[in-house]
Structure formats: structure tokens, C-alpha cells
Design a protein around this ligand. Sequence first.
Ligand code: UD1
Ligand code: UDP
Length: 387
Amino acid sequence: MQHIKLINIVGARPQIIKASAISRAIKQNFSEKITEIIVHTGQHYDKELSDIFFSELEINQPDYNLSVGSARHGRQTSMMITGIEEVLLKEKPDCVLLYGDTNSTLAGALSASKLHFPVIHIEAGMRSFNKSMPEELNRIISDHSSTLLFAPTNAAFKNLIREGFRPENSPPYNVDNPKIYLCGDIMYDNTLFFADLAERKKASFLEKLSLERNNFILTTIHREINTDDISRLEAILSTLRSLSEEYSVNFVMPLHPRTTISLKSNLKLMYDDLLKCRYIKILPPVSFLEMTLLEKNSKLIITDSGGVQKESHFFTRPCLVLRKETEWIELVTNGTAVLVDADPTIIKKEFERFFKSPVNLDYPGFYGDGKTAEFILNEIMMMFDKV
Ligand code: UD1
Ligand code: UDP
């Protein structure tokens, strides 16, 4: 039987998590047809941001780790391009799979498209319409270097059409004649697969943290705009701190190292104070199963993360988004998510609206049927006409 060789490029935490849905589907249904090679750029390298996901989500260890590490955008991306180019020239894959909108995605898109390897972009079409955020440029450039584009939502699909992509294109596909799909979200595949497992495997985790089910707030903060703009970080954390005391409710905060580093170097007094607060529980980043358990059992989620916004919907938890805009616009239209920026008055008002009494919300299935990874792999095989 003929094989295709597919290179999966990952680098940051959410990409490793997303790639696990594809890896699992390859193992389950395509192992005779697809050889998967994993390239880790090394953008994330701390155990809690990288290794833990490979072991917990049972992904094969990377075939290549470029160990690029942290650096300014240009330097980091250029080192990734150099490393990925070498791997591509050596491996000569049939296609290259990219996820989301990080610098690792951008580097993969540029390296592969310049060498004429077909790029397949998963989570295509997401737009914040704010080009000052690094991810927005990464998304646009990656989409416009791709041959197959898998949009997770209606809004993303429409964004692609607005930028000139044509749903009616017919094969053979290439970067000048790309194919766009509306396909659902592989993160939903993961949540369906791991939610019960998280309850079984991490049963004691909530107890260890002295958390009562449905009676704590889960918070994550990591976006450049919130970690590097100190006044925003200070406004957010002082508001959450005072809400935790006013309502005697626990706030659990698994913090990205970027946030902890910024707090330690710019807001040391506040950081020391937060560590002593009765209702604030600052943690290092947690594993995916632990995070799943926290999300599933929280009362409300406050975050600037893209992935966590969606997971709040999967677990029917309302979400306050610490940004001015979001790519997951259907969540805002639906009322699942509310944009609160870093504004203390809006954060407090929306927190109280959800905290004081239950708000009746529907949680429609915006993100597919949980079999998005299979759909994507089938379409990839069709492109090579080897189904
Ligand atoms: C990156 C992505 C962002 C994504 C996030 C997921 C870009 C431009 N940004 O942001 O879209 O939402 O990943 O988590 O690609 N650091 C560590 N240990 C690590 C990795 C990073 O301490 O293992 C610290 C370093 O101080 C580093 C900083 O975090 O400078 C930022 O890391 P970087 O990978 O550049 O961006 P993220 O903020 O993680
Ligand atoms: N996540 C995790 N542990 C944490 C924080 C987040 O496993 O401590 C998971 C979360 O459940 C989601 C993904 O990481 O699946 C989101 O990644 P992140 O917030 O870093 O990036 P974004 O989605 O904003 O790009």
C-alpha cells in the first residue's frame, strides 16, 4: 500500500495539544497510509509547556527538535526557518501540517511554501482584525502560503472568502489554487476524548488544591499585550484579587512562565502579596488533563487564551476574555464569552453578573462533531488521490 509522508510542525503548548488529535487519528485509522514525522521547533521547552503533553497525550517523541528557544520575534522565527528548511530538504515530505498562529506556524509556512511542499493549515481563517498582535500576521501569512486550509468555524471560513479564497476551486490543488474547508475544531475532538479520562486519572487534583466543584474561578493570562503592558497586568490582577476577597471565592491561576517572569521583574510586591492571598492560588502551568479537570469543574473562566475560551464553551462555562477582541466571535455573539479587556469596572460588572446568580445560556455545537481530525486526514489523502 502506498504511503504519504506528512510532517507535523509544533512548537508551542497549544500546538502540541492540537497535534495530538491528528496523531491519534493517524494511529487509529491511517497508520497504513500515513507516515508521520514530528518536528518540534523548541519554541516552548520547559517541561510543563512541552514534554508533559507528549507523555500525557501519548504523542510520539519528536523526530527532530530544533531547540530554538526564546528570542525576539525575528531572531526566533529565522532560526526556526533555517532548521525547518534543513529537515524538509532531508525528509522531502508529501505535505507539511501547521497549527494555529504562533511563530512556529509562520516559520513552517515560509520554509515549506518556498520549497514548494504543500502546506496544510489547521485553524485557518481566524482573524482578530488587529495586526498589532503578532499572531494576526502569522495567521494571514500562513493562510496565504497554504494549499489546504481547514477553517474551524463559519466566521473563519467567511474570512477566507473575504480575502479571495474560493470554495469552488477544484483539484489539483496547489498554493495558487488552494482548497478551503469548513471542518470543525480538533480541540473539540480532544475535549471529547480526554474529559472523562481527566476525571478518572486526576481525581485527587481538586482535593489537593482544596477546591470545591463549581465554586472556583479559573484564570489564565499569557498574551503579550497583558504580560508586557504592566499597567494592564496590574489592573487585571488587582481586580481579581479584590473580587476573590469580596466574594470569598478561590481563583486558581496556572500561570504561563512569561506572566510569572513579568510579575517577578515588574510587579514584585504585588506578586509576593498574591502568593500570600487566602483565595488566590498561583500554580505553575498544569498538564492538559489537570487543566481539563479545572475547566470542567470551574464556575467561571477568566482568560486571554484562545484555546481556553473555546474549552469554556465545550464545558458550558461562561468566560470573561481579557482582550478587546477575539477571533472566536461566535462565543461573544452567543454570550458564552464576554470581552472585558483589562478594565476593572467591566471585569467586576461581568464577574458579578455571572457569579451572583446563574445566567441562562445555550452552548450550541459551533465546533463540529468531534471527528474533525479524521475529516482532515481523509481530505489530505484525497488530495493525493490515495484513499
Ligand atoms: C506563544 C505564541 C502565542 C500562544 C502561546 C501559547 C507567538 C508569537 N506566540 O506565546 O500565540 O498563545 O505561545 O502558550 O508565537 N518561556 C519560558 N519557557 C518556555 C517558553 C517560553 O519561560 O518554555 C518564556 C520566555 O521568557 C519567553 C516568553 O515565555 O521569552 C515568551 O515565549 P514565546 O514562545 O516567545 O511566546 P508565548 O508568550 O509563549
Ligand atoms: N493549557 C494547559 N495547561 C495550562 C494552561 C493551558 O494544558 O496550564 C491548555 C489549555 O487547556 C488549552 C491550551 O493549553 O488546550 C491553550 O494554550 P494557551 O493558552 O497556551 O495558548 P492559546 O490557545 O491562547 O494560543
